[in-house]
Design a protein around this ligand. Sequence first.
Ligand SMILES: O=C1C[C@@](O)(C(=O)O)C[C@@H](O)[C@@H]1O
Length: 216
Amino acid sequence: MKIVVPIMPKNLSEIAKLDTAQYANADLVEWRADFMPIPDLKQAAQDIKAQFPNQEIIFTYRTEDKAEPIISAEDYTRVIHQFSAEFTYVDVEILKYPGLVLPENTVVSYHDFTQIPQNLPEILSKMIASGAKIIKFAGMPQQQSDVLRLMTETLRFAEKHSDLTLVTMAMGELGKITRVASDSFGSSWTFASVGTTSAPGQLSLSEMLTIREIFQ
Ligand SMILES: O=C1C[C@@](O)(C(=O)O)C[C@@H](O)[C@@H]1O
């Protein structure tokens, strides 16, 4: 499994102060651009690429976790197309912005911060139908059986679509097992943190590196 570590800078000076050595063992860095003002993103993109010259970077502008809209659909589309060209991957919330023409390097994603929905297979199928090659789902389990359901459905889809990269996780304490055992049920990436977590239940990068060593 690949270990992805998010960064969530709120301004350019936070980017300048990043201790990038701490991220050296991550397979991918995810830039959560939704913490910064849109007019600063262009400069921020240059600064982030300069800070991580040897690492693959995912550009993510997360809107699904915000109570109030932070961006219009037009601006979201513009931002996605502008930055997809600059980074290894771009995260697209395709079910929320269905008209968006997907760049080649898209990771389609869907988040549910309240549950692991019963229609998880339908959600995964819709994301697969978008044509993207990397499919990501994160949900919040309410009980242990939700966690097992997520793992079972992921494995079923991974076996059926071996040409795709599937990434799924259950968030929060209950879901932690999905972050450490992703390889065993067909999920290819796991998200870990350096300092602040970008979602509940993430383990630290150093914990995750140890766990990966144990399981390999
Ligand atoms: O999609 C994901 C997964 C995630 O929500 C998690 O649960 O680790 C963390 C986000 O930063 C990332 O964009």
